[in-house]
Design a binder for this molecule. Structure first.
Ligand code: SAH
Ligand code: AVI
Length: 334
């Protein structure tokens, strides 16, 4: 448990006394809202990152296999788009498993900057990558890619290319996705190339099964959020009394994940008392699905010109190559 979390646990605070933007403040605000919701970025502590890795290997979870097949098929073309001596900046890098297809092909890459919110997991992955690719400077950044963050100094003067696989962009609401793409344009600069993986709308049974796997790993990933709140904020969630729900919301074109309370109950977290009706849910994640056209339209709206798009043989997943043709506004330190 981190010292700040321990302090909050020992000295229950009024919600307004919690540090703005902190895990504690966002959790209390999300659980006090109607309907209850928590940002999906909080899934990813070390345990959550491990569980996500297990999800990627599940037979039902097609996105990882489909995207990898596209990246393997087009690794040479993608590598050719990355300027010599560039820094490759990846947003939400996780285990960097897919990036290895590019690191192997882009021989003249100077640096790799994996950006991830899961700090311990990120550090461990960076150490593995240093051993595997000694010629590339590994410059991990533990940060929320939705907020502004500084690039490591060693990457500042280099040309840049961006990578955002996994359809992690689908975990952002469309207005957040647009704001994120705009900010990525500022980071990558005028003419910068961005490779973005985006999951496609498809048969609803395929979508449903991907988020309701028979081994229950996605359910454990979802519940880990409550376990993390217990661990770090001293809350008293009884995990067995919350059920994993995941379904496709056709109107909004998104999978929604929820945790549903199986009974009427009250929990306490950071001095706040949160009551649940039987059946009431916490909305923990949306995973938006796009068509090639709806994603390109979103990107165009914030200054990106689509150059190429590839899909896998089943047309389940897409990998887009975008070029920033909007006006870049660079922060002084970057
Ligand atoms: N890119 C990998 C991992 C995808 S899982 C792949 O395609 O397999 C999503 C990753 O994004 C996780 O590693 C998670 O820790 C990270 N992440 C999610 N929200 C984030 C945020 N707001 N800021 C930084 N990293 C985030
Ligand atoms: C990281 N992200 C794109 C995954 C997704 O499919 O939305 C996270 C995930 N949630 C449940 N399973 C996987």
């Amino acid at each position: 448990m981190r010292p700040t979390a321990l302090a909050q646990f020992r000295f229950p605070a009024e919600p307004e006394q919690l540090e703005a933007g902190s895990f504690a403040a966002e959790v209390v605000a999300g659980l006090s809202a109607t309907p209850k919701q928590l940002p999906p970025k909080f899934f990813y502590d070390s345990a959550g990152s491990d569980l996500f890795e297990r999800i990627t290997a599940l037979p039902e979870y097609y996105p990882t296999r489909c995207e990898l097949s596209i990246l393997r098929e087009h690794a040479g073309e993608i590598a050719a788009l990355i300027p010599a001596g560039a820094a490759l900046i990846e947003f939400g890098s996780g285990s960097s498993m897919k990036t290895r297809t590019l690191l192997g092909a882009a021989r003249e890459l100077a640096a790799y900057v994996p950006v991830d919110i899961s700090a311990e997991f990120l550090d461990a992955q960076a150490n593995n990558l240093r051993r595997e690719y000694p010629a590339i400077a590994m410059l991990p950044v533990a940060a929320d890619f939705g907020a502004s963050f500084d690039l490591p100094e060693a990457a500042c003067g280099l040309p840049r290319a961006g990578f955002f696989p996994g359809s992690t962009i689908g975990n952002l609401d469309p207005h957040e996705a647009a704001a994120f793409l705009r900010q990525a344009g500022n980071i990558l600069g005028a003419g910068g190339v961005f490779i973005v993986g985006v999951d496609l709308i498809k048969d609803e049974d395929v979508l449903h099964d991907a988020y309701n796997d028979s081994a229950g790993v996605t359910a454990a990933f979802n519940r880990n959020l409550l376990a993390r709140i217990n661990r770090e904020l001293g809350a008293n969630f009884d995990l067995a009394s919350f059920e994993h729900h995941a379904f496709f919301n056709r109107e909004l074109r998104r999978i929604e994940m929820h945790l549903a309370s199986l009974k009427r109950q009250r929990i306490s977290v950071c001095g706040a008392s949160i009551s649940f009706r039987a059946g009431e849910t916490i909305h923990t994640e949306s995973s938006y699905k796009y068509t090639v056209e709806t994603f390109q339209c979103l990107a165009r709206g914030v200054g990106w010109t689509p150059l190429t798009v590839w899909t896998d043989s089943k047309k389940y997943f897409s990998v887009h190559v975008l070029k920033f043709t909007g006006e870049a506004v660079r922060r002084p330190q970057n």
